[in-house]
Design a binder for this molecule. Structure first.
Ligand code: N01
Length: 530
Protein backbone atom coordinates (compact mmCIF):
# COMPACT_ATOMS: atom_id res chain seq x y z
CA UNK A 1 0.00 0.00 0.00
CA UNK A 2 1.25 3.49 -0.83
CA UNK A 3 1.45 5.94 2.07
CA UNK A 4 0.87 9.62 1.38
CA UNK A 5 3.05 12.36 2.88
CA UNK A 6 3.62 15.99 2.11
CA UNK A 7 7.39 15.67 1.99
CA UNK A 8 9.81 12.78 1.49
CA UNK A 9 13.34 13.58 2.61
CA UNK A 10 16.30 11.49 1.48
CA UNK A 11 19.10 11.47 4.05
CA UNK A 12 19.35 12.14 7.78
CA UNK A 13 22.50 14.22 7.91
CA UNK A 14 22.54 17.88 8.94
CA UNK A 15 20.28 18.97 6.05
CA UNK A 16 17.79 16.11 6.29
CA UNK A 17 17.38 16.41 10.05
CA UNK A 18 16.72 20.12 9.91
CA UNK A 19 14.32 19.63 6.97
CA UNK A 20 12.33 17.19 9.11
CA UNK A 21 12.30 19.48 12.12
CA UNK A 22 11.40 22.63 10.20
CA UNK A 23 8.81 21.20 7.82
CA UNK A 24 7.13 19.11 10.51
CA UNK A 25 6.97 22.25 12.65
CA UNK A 26 5.22 23.96 9.74
CA UNK A 27 2.45 21.36 9.96
CA UNK A 28 3.55 19.12 7.09
CA UNK A 29 3.78 15.34 7.19
CA UNK A 30 7.37 14.29 6.57
CA UNK A 31 9.02 10.92 6.00
CA UNK A 32 12.81 10.66 6.04
CA UNK A 33 14.68 7.69 4.59
CA UNK A 34 18.26 7.08 5.68
CA UNK A 35 20.57 4.36 4.38
CA UNK A 36 22.64 4.28 7.58
CA UNK A 37 21.46 2.84 10.87
CA UNK A 38 21.78 6.19 12.59
CA UNK A 39 21.67 9.94 12.00
CA UNK A 40 24.62 12.08 10.93
CA UNK A 41 25.25 11.49 7.22
CA UNK A 42 28.98 11.93 6.49
CA UNK A 43 29.63 11.99 10.22
CA UNK A 44 27.92 8.63 10.58
CA UNK A 45 30.02 7.00 7.85
CA UNK A 46 33.46 8.70 8.03
CA UNK A 47 34.80 7.15 11.24
CA UNK A 48 38.43 6.88 10.18
CA UNK A 49 41.08 7.73 12.79
CA UNK A 50 41.76 11.46 12.91
CA UNK A 51 38.41 12.45 11.32
CA UNK A 52 37.67 15.97 12.42
CA UNK A 53 35.82 18.95 10.98
CA UNK A 54 37.81 21.82 9.44
CA UNK A 55 35.22 24.44 10.42
CA UNK A 56 35.24 25.57 14.06
CA UNK A 57 32.77 23.62 16.20
CA UNK A 58 31.11 26.79 17.47
CA UNK A 59 30.21 27.63 13.86
CA UNK A 60 29.65 24.10 12.56
CA UNK A 61 26.46 23.64 14.56
CA UNK A 62 22.81 24.55 14.09
CA UNK A 63 21.74 28.15 14.60
CA UNK A 64 17.97 27.63 14.37
CA UNK A 65 17.36 27.38 18.11
CA UNK A 66 19.17 29.79 20.47
CA UNK A 67 18.49 27.40 23.36
CA UNK A 68 20.29 24.57 21.60
CA UNK A 69 23.25 26.87 20.98
CA UNK A 70 23.40 27.87 24.60
CA UNK A 71 23.05 24.39 26.09
CA UNK A 72 25.55 22.47 23.95
CA UNK A 73 29.22 22.53 25.03
CA UNK A 74 31.89 21.81 22.43
CA UNK A 75 35.08 20.44 23.95
CA UNK A 76 37.52 21.42 21.19
CA UNK A 77 38.00 24.22 18.66
CA UNK A 78 37.64 21.71 15.81
CA UNK A 79 35.31 18.87 16.75
CA UNK A 80 36.19 15.23 16.19
CA UNK A 81 33.84 12.97 14.27
CA UNK A 82 32.64 11.20 17.47
CA UNK A 83 31.75 14.53 19.09
CA UNK A 84 29.85 15.75 16.02
CA UNK A 85 28.00 12.44 15.89
CA UNK A 86 27.10 12.86 19.57
CA UNK A 87 25.80 16.36 18.84
CA UNK A 88 23.67 15.20 15.90
CA UNK A 89 22.23 12.40 18.02
CA UNK A 90 21.46 14.91 20.75
CA UNK A 91 19.59 17.03 18.20
CA UNK A 92 17.65 14.01 16.94
CA UNK A 93 16.56 13.19 20.51
CA UNK A 94 15.92 16.75 21.62
CA UNK A 95 13.49 17.40 18.74
CA UNK A 96 12.05 13.86 18.69
CA UNK A 97 13.14 13.36 15.10
CA UNK A 98 13.66 9.59 15.01
CA UNK A 99 9.96 8.72 14.84
CA UNK A 100 9.78 10.03 11.26
CA UNK A 101 13.07 8.54 10.04
CA UNK A 102 13.28 5.07 8.54
CA UNK A 103 16.86 3.89 9.06
CA UNK A 104 18.75 1.21 7.16
CA UNK A 105 16.64 2.05 4.13
CA UNK A 106 17.99 3.21 0.81
CA UNK A 107 15.76 5.11 -1.59
CA UNK A 108 15.95 3.49 -5.02
CA UNK A 109 13.39 5.34 -7.20
CA UNK A 110 11.75 8.75 -7.20
CA UNK A 111 9.33 8.96 -10.12
CA UNK A 112 7.07 11.86 -11.08
CA UNK A 113 3.39 11.26 -11.77
CA UNK A 114 2.79 13.93 -14.39
CA UNK A 115 -0.98 13.92 -13.85
CA UNK A 116 -0.91 14.73 -10.14
CA UNK A 117 2.63 16.18 -9.96
CA UNK A 118 3.25 13.90 -6.98
CA UNK A 119 6.37 11.79 -6.61
CA UNK A 120 6.35 8.02 -6.12
CA UNK A 121 9.18 7.03 -3.83
CA UNK A 122 10.41 3.44 -3.56
CA UNK A 123 13.05 1.97 -1.27
CA UNK A 124 15.14 -1.18 -1.08
CA UNK A 125 13.06 -2.19 1.94
CA UNK A 126 9.90 -2.27 -0.16
CA UNK A 127 8.46 1.09 0.98
CA UNK A 128 6.10 2.92 -1.36
CA UNK A 129 5.38 6.53 -0.55
CA UNK A 130 3.62 9.22 -2.54
CA UNK A 131 4.99 12.67 -1.71
CA UNK A 132 4.10 16.12 -2.92
CA UNK A 133 7.61 17.43 -2.31
CA UNK A 134 11.03 15.78 -2.39
CA UNK A 135 13.95 17.10 -0.38
CA UNK A 136 17.21 15.52 -1.50
CA UNK A 137 19.58 15.78 1.45
CA UNK A 138 22.01 13.13 0.23
CA UNK A 139 25.18 15.17 0.74
CA UNK A 140 27.71 16.20 -1.89
CA UNK A 141 30.43 13.95 -0.48
CA UNK A 142 28.68 10.67 0.23
CA UNK A 143 29.28 8.42 -2.74
CA UNK A 144 32.66 6.80 -2.07
CA UNK A 145 35.09 6.52 -4.96
CA UNK A 146 36.56 3.02 -5.15
CA UNK A 147 39.39 3.21 -7.69
CA UNK A 148 39.40 0.72 -10.54
CA UNK A 149 42.73 -0.89 -9.69
CA UNK A 150 43.31 -4.33 -11.15
CA UNK A 151 43.11 -7.05 -8.52
CA UNK A 152 41.72 -4.86 -5.72
CA UNK A 153 39.15 -7.55 -4.83
CA UNK A 154 41.84 -10.20 -4.50
CA UNK A 155 43.63 -8.49 -1.59
CA UNK A 156 43.53 -10.81 1.41
CA UNK A 157 44.45 -8.26 4.10
CA UNK A 158 42.09 -5.73 5.67
CA UNK A 159 40.65 -3.37 3.06
CA UNK A 160 39.05 -0.11 4.24
CA UNK A 161 37.65 3.04 2.64
CA UNK A 162 37.80 6.10 4.89
CA UNK A 163 34.13 6.83 4.18
CA UNK A 164 33.00 3.32 5.19
CA UNK A 165 35.05 2.80 8.29
CA UNK A 166 34.17 -0.15 10.59
CA UNK A 167 32.19 1.06 13.61
CA UNK A 168 34.31 -0.98 15.98
CA UNK A 169 37.53 0.71 14.73
CA UNK A 170 40.66 -0.99 13.43
CA UNK A 171 43.85 -1.82 15.33
CA UNK A 172 46.89 -1.48 13.08
CA UNK A 173 49.42 -2.38 15.76
CA UNK A 174 52.26 -4.44 14.30
CA UNK A 175 50.78 -4.23 10.79
CA UNK A 176 52.22 -3.20 7.43
CA UNK A 177 49.69 -0.69 6.19
CA UNK A 178 49.25 1.10 2.86
CA UNK A 179 47.25 4.29 2.33
CA UNK A 180 46.20 5.33 -1.17
CA UNK A 181 45.22 9.00 -1.35
CA UNK A 182 46.51 12.22 0.15
CA UNK A 183 43.42 14.46 0.16
CA UNK A 184 41.75 15.70 3.37
CA UNK A 185 40.84 12.18 4.53
CA UNK A 186 44.28 10.69 3.87
CA UNK A 187 46.05 13.66 5.45
CA UNK A 188 44.01 13.26 8.64
CA UNK A 189 44.33 9.46 8.76
CA UNK A 190 48.04 9.08 7.98
CA UNK A 191 49.50 10.61 11.22
CA UNK A 192 47.13 8.51 13.34
CA UNK A 193 47.82 5.21 11.58
CA UNK A 194 51.56 5.96 11.61
CA UNK A 195 51.45 5.95 15.42
CA UNK A 196 50.21 2.34 15.40
CA UNK A 197 51.50 0.62 12.30
CA UNK A 198 54.77 -1.24 12.18
CA UNK A 199 55.31 0.19 8.71
CA UNK A 200 53.19 2.68 6.78
CA UNK A 201 53.45 3.20 3.03
CA UNK A 202 51.74 6.32 1.70
CA UNK A 203 50.94 5.98 -1.99
CA UNK A 204 50.76 9.56 -3.23
CA UNK A 205 49.62 10.42 -6.75
CA UNK A 206 49.17 14.18 -6.25
CA UNK A 207 50.61 16.25 -3.44
CA UNK A 208 48.19 18.56 -1.64
CA UNK A 209 48.39 21.78 0.33
CA UNK A 210 47.69 21.27 4.01
CA UNK A 211 47.73 23.78 6.85
CA UNK A 212 47.94 22.83 10.54
CA UNK A 213 44.43 22.83 11.97
CA UNK A 214 45.63 24.50 15.15
CA UNK A 215 43.15 22.56 17.21
CA UNK A 216 43.00 23.32 20.93
CA UNK A 217 40.71 22.29 23.76
CA UNK A 218 38.10 24.94 24.57
CA UNK A 219 38.00 26.37 28.05
CA UNK A 220 34.91 27.44 29.98
CA UNK A 221 35.90 31.04 29.20
CA UNK A 222 36.09 30.30 25.46
CA UNK A 223 32.66 28.71 25.53
CA UNK A 224 31.16 31.55 27.55
CA UNK A 225 32.61 34.10 25.10
CA UNK A 226 31.22 32.19 22.11
CA UNK A 227 27.79 31.94 23.69
CA UNK A 228 27.67 35.59 24.67
CA UNK A 229 28.51 36.52 21.10
CA UNK A 230 26.54 33.89 19.20
CA UNK A 231 24.02 36.20 17.58
CA UNK A 232 26.70 38.42 16.05
CA UNK A 233 28.79 35.41 15.08
CA UNK A 234 25.86 33.94 13.13
CA UNK A 235 25.03 37.27 11.52
CA UNK A 236 28.59 37.59 10.25
CA UNK A 237 28.63 33.95 9.12
CA UNK A 238 25.45 34.25 7.06
CA UNK A 239 26.89 37.37 5.37
CA UNK A 240 30.37 35.93 4.82
CA UNK A 241 32.06 34.22 1.91
CA UNK A 242 32.24 30.78 3.47
CA UNK A 243 29.74 30.63 6.32
CA UNK A 244 32.03 31.40 9.22
CA UNK A 245 32.58 34.80 10.82
CA UNK A 246 35.93 35.66 9.29
CA UNK A 247 36.65 38.42 6.82
CA UNK A 248 39.50 38.54 4.30
CA UNK A 249 42.15 41.25 4.55
CA UNK A 250 40.66 44.42 3.04
CA UNK A 251 43.44 44.83 0.45
CA UNK A 252 44.91 42.79 -2.39
CA UNK A 253 47.91 40.61 -1.50
CA UNK A 254 49.87 42.68 -4.01
CA UNK A 255 48.91 46.07 -2.61
CA UNK A 256 50.51 45.61 0.80
CA UNK A 257 54.15 45.61 1.83
CA UNK A 258 56.07 42.33 2.16
CA UNK A 259 56.04 42.80 5.92
CA UNK A 260 52.29 43.36 6.13
CA UNK A 261 51.65 40.42 3.80
CA UNK A 262 53.76 38.04 5.87
CA UNK A 263 52.09 39.23 9.05
CA UNK A 264 48.66 38.54 7.51
CA UNK A 265 49.68 35.03 6.43
CA UNK A 266 51.25 34.33 9.81
CA UNK A 267 48.05 35.42 11.56
CA UNK A 268 45.93 33.07 9.45
CA UNK A 269 48.49 30.29 9.87
CA UNK A 270 48.18 30.62 13.63
CA UNK A 271 44.39 30.79 13.39
CA UNK A 272 44.70 27.44 11.62
CA UNK A 273 42.79 25.56 9.01
CA UNK A 274 41.18 26.32 5.68
CA UNK A 275 40.97 30.09 6.26
CA UNK A 276 44.57 30.36 5.14
CA UNK A 277 43.46 30.20 1.51
CA UNK A 278 41.25 33.23 2.07
CA UNK A 279 43.76 35.55 3.73
CA UNK A 280 43.59 38.07 0.87
CA UNK A 281 40.56 38.61 -1.34
CA UNK A 282 42.47 38.03 -4.59
CA UNK A 283 44.24 34.84 -3.57
CA UNK A 284 42.26 32.58 -5.87
CA UNK A 285 41.67 35.09 -8.64
CA UNK A 286 45.21 36.32 -9.34
CA UNK A 287 48.12 33.93 -9.80
CA UNK A 288 50.67 36.47 -8.65
CA UNK A 289 48.75 37.02 -5.42
CA UNK A 290 48.32 33.27 -5.07
CA UNK A 291 52.06 32.78 -5.43
CA UNK A 292 52.72 34.89 -2.36
CA UNK A 293 50.50 32.56 -0.30
CA UNK A 294 52.04 29.48 -1.89
CA UNK A 295 55.63 30.58 -1.17
CA UNK A 296 54.83 31.38 2.47
CA UNK A 297 53.20 27.96 2.77
CA UNK A 298 56.22 26.23 1.18
CA UNK A 299 58.60 27.89 3.58
CA UNK A 300 56.55 26.71 6.57
CA UNK A 301 56.27 23.16 5.28
CA UNK A 302 59.89 22.70 4.22
CA UNK A 303 60.92 23.78 7.71
CA UNK A 304 59.26 20.76 9.36
CA UNK A 305 60.31 17.97 6.97
CA UNK A 306 63.76 16.50 7.66
CA UNK A 307 64.51 15.05 4.23
CA UNK A 308 64.57 17.71 1.47
CA UNK A 309 63.82 15.07 -1.21
CA UNK A 310 60.70 13.98 0.65
CA UNK A 311 59.75 17.63 1.11
CA UNK A 312 60.05 18.18 -2.64
CA UNK A 313 57.60 15.33 -3.28
CA UNK A 314 55.12 16.67 -0.72
CA UNK A 315 54.98 20.12 -2.31
CA UNK A 316 52.37 20.43 -5.06
CA UNK A 317 53.63 21.59 -8.43
CA UNK A 318 50.44 21.16 -10.41
CA UNK A 319 47.93 23.61 -8.92
CA UNK A 320 47.66 26.97 -7.20
CA UNK A 321 47.10 26.96 -3.44
CA UNK A 322 43.40 26.89 -2.56
CA UNK A 323 42.21 25.78 -6.00
CA UNK A 324 41.66 22.32 -4.57
CA UNK A 325 40.09 22.12 -1.14
CA UNK A 326 42.89 23.04 1.22
CA UNK A 327 43.51 20.28 3.77
CA UNK A 328 43.99 20.69 7.49
CA UNK A 329 46.13 18.46 9.61
CA UNK A 330 47.80 17.64 12.90
CA UNK A 331 51.48 16.86 12.29
CA UNK A 332 50.96 15.54 8.77
CA UNK A 333 54.28 16.64 7.31
CA UNK A 334 56.20 15.71 10.47
CA UNK A 335 54.86 12.17 10.09
CA UNK A 336 57.27 11.66 7.17
CA UNK A 337 60.17 12.15 9.59
CA UNK A 338 59.25 8.86 11.29
CA UNK A 339 61.33 5.77 10.54
CA UNK A 340 58.24 3.65 9.99
CA UNK A 341 56.73 5.88 7.24
CA UNK A 342 57.62 5.70 3.55
CA UNK A 343 56.28 8.03 0.87
CA UNK A 344 55.81 6.30 -2.47
CA UNK A 345 55.64 8.65 -5.43
CA UNK A 346 53.05 7.23 -7.81
CA UNK A 347 53.89 9.84 -10.43
CA UNK A 348 57.28 8.14 -10.85
CA UNK A 349 56.12 4.58 -10.21
CA UNK A 350 52.35 4.21 -10.80
CA UNK A 351 50.23 1.48 -9.25
CA UNK A 352 50.03 -1.50 -11.60
CA UNK A 353 47.91 -3.91 -9.60
CA UNK A 354 46.91 -5.27 -6.24
CA UNK A 355 47.21 -8.95 -5.40
CA UNK A 356 46.55 -11.23 -2.41
CA UNK A 357 49.59 -9.97 -0.51
CA UNK A 358 49.96 -6.33 -1.40
CA UNK A 359 50.41 -3.63 -3.99
CA UNK A 360 52.55 -3.66 -7.10
CA UNK A 361 53.83 -0.37 -8.52
CA UNK A 362 55.93 -0.14 -11.67
CA UNK A 363 58.94 -0.06 -9.35
CA UNK A 364 58.33 -2.47 -6.49
CA UNK A 365 55.97 -4.86 -4.71
CA UNK A 366 54.80 -3.72 -1.26
CA UNK A 367 53.72 -6.49 1.13
CA UNK A 368 50.73 -5.25 3.12
CA UNK A 369 48.51 -6.51 5.95
CA UNK A 370 46.02 -3.69 5.48
CA UNK A 371 45.15 -1.20 2.76
CA UNK A 372 43.27 2.05 3.35
CA UNK A 373 41.56 3.74 0.42
CA UNK A 374 41.43 7.47 1.13
CA UNK A 375 40.35 7.95 -2.45
CA UNK A 376 37.50 10.38 -1.99
CA UNK A 377 34.10 10.62 -3.58
CA UNK A 378 32.16 10.81 -6.79
CA UNK A 379 31.34 14.26 -5.49
CA UNK A 380 28.38 16.62 -5.86
CA UNK A 381 26.36 14.63 -8.40
CA UNK A 382 27.28 10.99 -7.71
CA UNK A 383 24.98 10.47 -4.75
CA UNK A 384 21.99 11.98 -6.58
CA UNK A 385 22.54 10.19 -9.85
CA UNK A 386 22.66 6.88 -8.01
CA UNK A 387 18.97 7.33 -7.30
CA UNK A 388 16.61 6.62 -10.20
CA UNK A 389 14.99 10.07 -10.32
CA UNK A 390 12.54 10.35 -13.22
CA UNK A 391 10.96 13.69 -14.10
CA UNK A 392 8.78 15.01 -16.90
CA UNK A 393 8.69 13.03 -20.13
CA UNK A 394 10.40 10.07 -18.45
CA UNK A 395 13.75 11.88 -18.39
CA UNK A 396 16.06 10.80 -15.59
CA UNK A 397 18.14 13.27 -13.61
CA UNK A 398 21.20 11.45 -14.88
CA UNK A 399 20.13 12.10 -18.47
CA UNK A 400 19.30 15.74 -17.69
CA UNK A 401 22.77 16.16 -16.23
CA UNK A 402 24.73 14.20 -18.83
CA UNK A 403 26.77 17.30 -19.70
CA UNK A 404 27.09 18.41 -16.07
CA UNK A 405 24.60 19.42 -13.39
CA UNK A 406 22.02 21.99 -14.48
CA UNK A 407 20.09 23.65 -11.69
CA UNK A 408 18.28 26.87 -11.03
CA UNK A 409 19.79 28.45 -7.88
CA UNK A 410 21.24 25.06 -6.97
CA UNK A 411 17.82 24.22 -5.56
CA UNK A 412 15.69 23.10 -8.50
CA UNK A 413 15.95 21.32 -11.83
CA UNK A 414 13.75 22.11 -14.86
CA UNK A 415 11.40 19.19 -15.52
CA UNK A 416 11.51 18.08 -11.86
CA UNK A 417 8.78 20.14 -10.14
CA UNK A 418 8.71 20.29 -6.33
CA UNK A 419 12.01 18.43 -6.08
CA UNK A 420 14.53 20.41 -4.07
CA UNK A 421 18.21 19.64 -3.68
CA UNK A 422 20.09 20.61 -0.54
CA UNK A 423 23.66 21.98 -0.66
CA UNK A 424 24.47 20.43 -4.03
CA UNK A 425 25.78 21.67 -7.38
CA UNK A 426 24.81 25.22 -8.32
CA UNK A 427 24.83 26.31 -4.67
CA UNK A 428 27.83 27.39 -2.59
CA UNK A 429 27.75 23.86 -1.27
CA UNK A 430 31.12 22.49 -0.13
CA UNK A 431 32.67 25.97 -0.24
CA UNK A 432 30.59 26.99 2.79
CA UNK A 433 29.83 25.84 6.30
CA UNK A 434 27.44 23.01 5.46
CA UNK A 435 25.36 23.31 8.63
CA UNK A 436 24.37 26.91 8.02
CA UNK A 437 24.03 26.21 4.31
CA UNK A 438 21.58 23.41 5.12
CA UNK A 439 19.54 25.80 7.24
CA UNK A 440 19.53 28.42 4.48
CA UNK A 441 18.27 25.89 1.94
CA UNK A 442 15.67 24.27 4.18
CA UNK A 443 14.26 27.65 5.22
CA UNK A 444 14.01 28.67 1.57
CA UNK A 445 12.11 25.45 0.74
CA UNK A 446 9.80 25.92 3.73
CA UNK A 447 8.97 29.45 2.54
CA UNK A 448 8.40 28.21 -1.01
CA UNK A 449 5.97 25.54 0.20
CA UNK A 450 4.11 28.13 2.29
CA UNK A 451 3.97 30.41 -0.77
CA UNK A 452 2.37 27.64 -2.84
CA UNK A 453 -0.11 26.72 -0.14
CA UNK A 454 -1.19 30.33 0.42
CA UNK A 455 -2.11 30.47 -3.28
CA UNK A 456 -3.61 27.00 -3.52
CA UNK A 457 -0.90 26.19 -6.09
CA UNK A 458 0.36 22.68 -6.67
CA UNK A 459 3.97 23.03 -7.66
CA UNK A 460 7.06 25.17 -8.10
CA UNK A 461 9.05 24.35 -11.21
CA UNK A 462 12.24 25.94 -12.51
CA UNK A 463 12.04 27.20 -16.09
CA UNK A 464 14.63 25.82 -18.47
CA UNK A 465 15.83 29.32 -19.43
CA UNK A 466 16.32 30.19 -15.73
CA UNK A 467 18.40 27.07 -15.24
CA UNK A 468 20.44 27.83 -18.36
CA UNK A 469 21.10 31.37 -17.13
CA UNK A 470 22.09 30.11 -13.66
CA UNK A 471 24.46 27.52 -15.12
CA UNK A 472 26.07 30.31 -17.16
CA UNK A 473 26.29 32.57 -14.11
CA UNK A 474 28.01 29.80 -12.11
CA UNK A 475 30.39 29.10 -14.98
CA UNK A 476 31.22 32.80 -15.54
CA UNK A 477 31.96 33.26 -11.84
CA UNK A 478 34.21 30.21 -11.83
CA UNK A 479 36.03 31.27 -15.00
CA UNK A 480 36.88 34.61 -13.37
CA UNK A 481 38.97 32.70 -10.80
CA UNK A 482 41.85 30.22 -10.76
CA UNK A 483 39.57 27.48 -9.42
CA UNK A 484 38.90 25.66 -12.72
CA UNK A 485 42.64 25.38 -13.40
CA UNK A 486 43.09 22.56 -10.86
CA UNK A 487 42.01 18.95 -11.48
CA UNK A 488 39.75 18.92 -8.45
CA UNK A 489 36.63 17.04 -7.50
CA UNK A 490 34.85 20.43 -7.64
CA UNK A 491 35.05 19.83 -11.41
CA UNK A 492 34.44 16.10 -11.32
CA UNK A 493 38.04 15.74 -12.53
CA UNK A 494 38.73 12.85 -10.11
CA UNK A 495 36.16 10.55 -11.76
CA UNK A 496 36.89 9.20 -15.24
CA UNK A 497 34.15 10.16 -17.71
CA UNK A 498 32.62 13.02 -15.70
CA UNK A 499 32.13 16.23 -17.71
CA UNK A 500 34.51 18.96 -16.59
CA UNK A 501 32.16 21.53 -15.07
CA UNK A 502 32.92 23.62 -11.99
CA UNK A 503 29.94 22.68 -9.81
CA UNK A 504 29.72 24.98 -6.75
CA UNK A 505 28.53 28.61 -6.98
CA UNK A 506 31.59 30.76 -6.42
CA UNK A 507 30.06 34.10 -5.44
CA UNK A 508 30.20 33.55 -1.67
CA UNK A 509 27.68 32.38 0.90
CA UNK A 510 26.28 35.81 1.80
CA UNK A 511 25.86 36.84 -1.85
CA UNK A 512 24.18 33.52 -2.64
CA UNK A 513 21.82 33.87 0.33
CA UNK A 514 20.82 37.33 -0.88
CA UNK A 515 20.24 36.08 -4.43
CA UNK A 516 17.93 33.23 -3.48
CA UNK A 517 16.11 35.44 -0.95
CA UNK A 518 15.47 38.04 -3.66
CA UNK A 519 14.02 35.43 -6.02
CA UNK A 520 11.59 34.42 -3.26
CA UNK A 521 10.75 38.01 -2.29
CA UNK A 522 10.02 38.85 -5.93
CA UNK A 523 7.44 36.04 -6.16
CA UNK A 524 9.74 33.18 -7.25
CA UNK A 525 11.04 34.74 -10.43
CA UNK A 526 12.38 32.20 -12.90
CA UNK A 527 9.98 29.54 -11.65
CA UNK A 528 6.54 28.54 -12.86
CA UNK A 529 4.06 28.41 -10.02
CA UNK A 530 1.73 25.70 -11.28
O1 N01 B 1 39.11 12.87 -1.18
P1 N01 B 1 39.98 13.65 -2.27
P2 N01 B 1 39.05 13.08 0.41
N1 N01 B 1 45.38 5.98 -7.44
O2 N01 B 1 39.26 13.45 -3.57
C1 N01 B 1 43.80 9.86 -4.59
C2 N01 B 1 35.96 16.79 2.55
N2 N01 B 1 36.64 16.32 3.76
O3 N01 B 1 38.12 12.06 0.95
O4 N01 B 1 44.59 13.95 -6.49
C3 N01 B 1 46.04 6.77 -6.61
O5 N01 B 1 40.27 15.02 -1.87
C4 N01 B 1 43.72 11.25 -5.15
O6 N01 B 1 44.81 11.51 -5.97
P3 N01 B 1 44.67 12.60 -7.19
C5 N01 B 1 36.78 17.92 1.94
O7 N01 B 1 35.93 18.82 1.32
C6 N01 B 1 36.77 17.21 4.77
O8 N01 B 1 40.38 13.14 0.97
O9 N01 B 1 43.40 12.25 -7.91
N3 N01 B 1 45.50 7.77 -5.92
C7 N01 B 1 43.70 12.06 -3.86
O10 N01 B 1 44.98 12.20 -3.32
C8 N01 B 1 37.62 17.14 0.95
O11 N01 B 1 38.18 17.92 -0.08
C9 N01 B 1 37.44 16.86 5.90
O12 N01 B 1 45.89 12.41 -7.99
C10 N01 B 1 44.19 7.95 -6.08
C11 N01 B 1 42.88 11.16 -2.93
O13 N01 B 1 42.92 9.86 -3.48
C12 N01 B 1 36.64 16.11 0.45
O14 N01 B 1 35.91 15.73 1.61
C13 N01 B 1 38.00 15.59 6.01
C14 N01 B 1 43.41 7.16 -6.93
C15 N01 B 1 41.43 11.59 -2.84
O15 N01 B 1 41.35 12.86 -2.27
C16 N01 B 1 37.24 14.88 -0.17
O16 N01 B 1 38.39 14.49 0.58
C17 N01 B 1 37.84 14.69 4.97
C18 N01 B 1 44.06 6.13 -7.62
N4 N01 B 1 43.42 5.33 -8.48
C19 N01 B 1 37.16 15.06 3.85
N5 N01 B 1 42.13 7.58 -6.86
C20 N01 B 1 37.57 17.86 6.96
O17 N01 B 1 36.63 18.49 7.38
C21 N01 B 1 42.12 8.62 -6.01
N6 N01 B 1 43.36 8.85 -5.53
C22 N01 B 1 38.90 18.11 7.47
Amino acid sequence: MTAEVDVAVVGAGFAGLYALHKLRGDGLTVQVFEAGDGVGGVWYWNRYPGARCDVESVDYSYSFDPELQQEWNWSEKYATQPEILKYVNHVADRYDLRRDIKFGTRVTDIVLDEQTLRWDVRTDAGDAVSARFIVLAVGPLSNANIPAIEGLDSFEGGLYHTAHWPHEGVDFTGKRVGVIGTGSSGIQTIPEVAKQAEQLYVFQRSANYSVPAGNVPLTDEDRAAHKANYEERRRLSFASGGGSPHLAHPKSALEVSEEERRAAYEKRWQLGGVLYSKTFPDQVTNLEANDTARLFWEEKVRAVIDDPEVAELLIPKDHAIGTKRICTDANYYQTYNRDNVTLVNLKATPIESIDETGLQTSGEHYDLDALILATGFDAMTGSMEKLNIVGRGGETLKQAWAEGPKTYLGLSVAGFPNLFNMTGPGSVSVLANMVLHSELHVNWVADAIAHLDERGAVALEARQESADAWVKECSDRAEATLMPTANSWYLGANIPGRPRVFMPFLGGFGVYGDLIAKVAADGYTGFDVV
